[in-house]
Design a protein around this ligand. Structure first.
Ligand code: SF4
Ligand code: SF4
Length: 451
């Protein structure tokens, strides 16, 4: 780990004004000062002054933080709470601060989620269950409620597992269609490629159709975001170095993707993008900073490059769920969900909306609390299931209240959380929106298929 990552940010600029409190997701559902940014900053000052011990109780108030960074966006004094919590998280992993069951569950998640081969092996027996009538039956029966809360949370987030989820199968190079405008690498994301593989497929096709050649290192694993979010810095750095090496293994003279350098390294999951952009802080030496300087969120990159004329000419109105094609008088209503690691972590909000507006007869609707976390936050919805569920319900109601029939979500964690908490058809009088990635919507529009 680099010295930059190890250095703790200062609590000094905090003037305890409380402007950050209304934006704070944990304060929203727990309502206690200790579970707010201001309270945690106060606790950090007291710990530094030797007036407060970092024991299990104090640690639980840091564990309740989602790491959403809404407080950083809200703070008028420029307090870098993101750096404060990142410097604190590794200390929370001391064995005496969590129960054996909590430690074992976290270890299980960190041993599975960042490793697609292991995750696929663990999920294989569930293929006959996930997304089938049996799953619906068991959920309705109430039998699952007898399981421990974290297992119930896992089951409720489990999406249908397509055959595509169990293989990567992408070529090392996807050529640009027409004149080549750029050459990029693509990070697939460890959870995204398994739980929503259609997103990477759509991303490849949209990029290629826009004249972008895409290089996909076949040996790439996780970017380290899951471990980074939990303060497991040694594991984060190991995964980050392996990812950088996987790109070096395919780009260069005599290598499968050829010698030409990449113009950018793209990712279509904002939680990953945030960590990838921090490789310079996480890794010693120049390679982390060099790699990080190339990283772009796919929306950021495409909005900057501009959709090609030929791609724009292919865009058709989406269809409503009933099969009717959207028109000027009857547009498809879409609410774009701002993922925290996109909005607060990377400052990206206009670009996905700009791309979505390129789809004919698509009308964007805005949630009233767009900047508040949905409760997903890495593995938060598994290790803090009650708080996460409360936040998921608030976010789902806010998005559904826009009247949108589609929610556009550019982060796999948020997507799973929203699908879990949006009411099922018939549960409310409002239409039940479905959730898709913005690039999937562009892809559908270019193919002229159903919303
Ligand atoms: S973190 Fe910023 S907004 Fe929050 S109390 Fe401190 S100074 Fe105010
Ligand atoms: S990161 Fe999010 S949950 Fe944590 S203190 Fe800031 S606003 Fe609250």
């Amino acid at each position: 780990m680099s010295t930059a990552a190890a250095a703790a940010a200062s609590t000094d600029p905090c003037v305890h004004c409380g402007f950050c409190l209304p934006t704070c997701a944990s304060y929203r559902v727990l309502g206690t000062e200790m579970d707010s940014p201001r309270g945690r900053i106060h606790a950090l000052k007291a710990i530094a002054a030797g007036e407060l011990e970092l024991d299990a109780t104090t640690a639980s108030h840091f564990d309740s933080c989602l790491g959403c960074f809404a407080c950083v966006s809200a703070c008028p004094s420029g307090v870098r709470y993101d750096e404060l919590i990142e410097a604190t998280r590794p200390k929370l992993n001391a064995p005496e601060l969590r129960s054996p069951a909590q430690r074992a569950f976290r270890q299980l998640l960190l041993a599975l989620l960042p490793y697609p081969k292991r995750l696929r092996a663990a999920l294989t027996p569930l293929r006959a269950y996930a997304g089938t009538p049996l799953q619906g039956l068991l959920r309705r029966s109430g039998l699952l409620r007898s399981l421990p809360a974290p297992l119930v949370a896992m089951e409720q987030l489990l999406p249908p597992l397509a055959a595509e989820a169990f293989r990567d199968g992408h070529p090392v190079v996807v050529p640009a269609q027409g004149e080549r405008r750029a050459r990029v690498g693509l990070v697939l994301g460890c959870v995204q490629r398994v739980f929503d593989p259609g997103v990477n497929r759509a991303t490849l096709e949209v990029l290629s159709a826009n004249g972008v050649e895409v290089v996909i290192p076949p040996a790439q694993s996780c970017c380290g975001a899951v471990a980074h979010h939990q303060g497991e810095l040694a594991q984060t750095c190991e995964l980050a170095e392996a990812l950088i090496e996987s790109f070096k293994a395919v780009v260069g003279p005599g290598r499968p993707a050829g010698p030409e350098p990449l113009d950018a390294v793209l990712v279509a999951a904002s939680g990953c993008g945030h960590t990838l952009k921090h490789y310079g802080d996480l890794l010693d030496g120049a390679s982390g900073a060099t790699f990080a300087s190339q990283v772009r969120d796919v929306h950021e990159f495409l909005a900057e490059l501009g959709l090609s004329e030929s791609f724009r000419a292919r865009l058709r109105p989406l269809q409503h769920a009933d099969g009717q094609t959207a028109t000027a008088d009857n547009p498809v209503l879409v609410a774009y969900h701002d993922a925290c690691h996109m909005l607060h972590g990377q400052g990206i909000s206009a670009e996905p909306r700009t791309l979505l507006r390129a789809i004919p007869h698509l009308q964007l609707r805005e949630a009233t609390e767009a900047g508040v976390c949905c409760g997903s936050a890495g593995i938060y919805n598994l290790v803090q299931p009650e708080e996460a569920a409360a936040l998921g319900q608030i976010k789902a109601a806010d998005l559904q209240g826009t009247g949108a029939e589609l929610i556009a979500s550019a982060n796999i964690g948020c997507t799973l959380q929203l699908r879990r908490h949006l009411p099922q058809v018939g549960e409310t009088s409002l239409p039940t929106p479905t959730v898709a990635h913005p690039i999937e919507l562009l892809h559908r529009s270019a193919r002229g298929s159903q919303a």
